[in-house]
Design a protein around this ligand. Structure first.
Ligand code: ADP
Ligand code: MG
Length: 301
């Protein structure tokens, strides 16, 4: 097969591993920087070009779209779908997962466990909003943040009010969430491929920090998850429509709650913690599922 990996940097661990695994499985793998692609949205004949060449003979595409290029990256992915190239994750699902509020709404509709979460537009409603999610301490998040940047713990009512007002003052979209204290600075990353959790790790925040992101100094270790956690991760992936994703859970006193679903989950942490060849599992999933016509939405929506 000829497989495109949409990634801006072929030296990144995840990109490198996917290239290696693809080649080891006998495929022709090419790394494509979405920002260098240009497209012709012609009726009945959509095309993608890069550096004067036609990108027209790929069988499958693995989107690894960084948060900062979601808009253009998903347009390129959509174009691949219109050309009948099988996407590991569809553009519709990728865009969905990038908006935390939209994701939460979809998950709540399907009854997936979530932290109590609120959202408001006007500063006049701040007090009521804080009340709604159970009062301080609470977590305030930028809707499009990533790697822990834009996630704030407000320990008192006053702190919560001023942080929310400050974010609203600069017109940032935020959500306000119940603080799951009992998680104790740890979260669980479940790596899902094709409706199965293939590996899970626990990430523990650095001392004095509540965010467990590895980019914020957190550390990862292998963990055995409960059947309820497994079921929650699988349901979250299905609800989002993602074939491959990282579902992040918190262990709350009411059971597992989903914090976010990541459509381009990194491979380094999970492969190191689990000792598994996750990259090969992804390639094997593509081999099994990439038959022509299997793309559900073909860029619609
Ligand atoms: P990002 O997309 O930036 O990673 P997250 O929503 O995953 O944002 O939050 C970053 C980290 O902050 C999480 O991994 C978790 O450790 C901590 N965290 C986030 N929300 C909560 C919460 N409601 N209660 C407790 N800890 C939280
Ligand atoms: Mg996160």
């Amino acid at each position: 097969m000829k497989i495109a990996i949409m990634s801006r940097n072929k030296n990144l661990y995840s990109t490198r591993r996917l290239v290696e695994a693809g080649q080891a499985h006998g495929h022709d793998v090419q790394v494509i920087d979405a920002l260098r692609c240009y497209m012709n949205i012609a009726v009945n004949n959509p095309t993608i070009h890069m550096g004067g060449k036609d990108l027209d003979d790929f069988d499958a595409v693995i989107p690894r779209i960084g948060a900062s290029i979601t808009f253009y990256g998903s347009a390129v992915l959509r174009q691949f779908e219109m050309m009948d190239v099988y996407p590991l994750n569809e553009s519709v699902a990728v865009t969905r997962s990038r908006d935390k509020l939209r994701s939460m709404q979809l998950l709540s509709r399907k009854g997936v466990g979530l932290p109590v979460t609120g959202y408001a537009n006007k500063p006049d409603d701040v007090k009521d909003l804080i009340q709604l999610v159970g009062g301080a301490p609470l977590v305030i998040k930028l809707l499009e943040g990533t790697q822990g940047i834009g996630v704030v713990l407000a320990e008192t009512q006053k702190a919560a009010e001023s942080v929310i007002e400050a974010f609203m003052g600069v017109k940032a979209n935020i959500l306000v969430q119940e603080y799951i204290k009992e998680a104790d600075g740890a979260d669980i990353r479940c790596f899902v491929i094709g409706g199965k959790v293939v590996a899970a790790m626990k990430r523990q925040a650095a001392p004095g920090e509540f965010r467990s992101n590895l980019h914020r100094g957190g550390s990862a270790e292998l963990i055995k998850i409960t059947p309820a956690e497994r079921a929650t991760a699988v349901k979250a992936a299905k609800t989002m429509g993602l074939n491959v994703c990282g579902v992040d859970l918190l262990r709350s006193k009411n059971g597992p709650v989903v914090m976010e679903v990541n459509s381009s989950p990194g491979l380094e942490g999970i492969e190191t913690a689990s000792g598994k060849d996750i990259a090969s599992m992804i390639i094997e999933f593509i081999e099994k599922n990439s038959k022509v016509g299997k793309t559900k939405t073909r860029g619609k929506g």
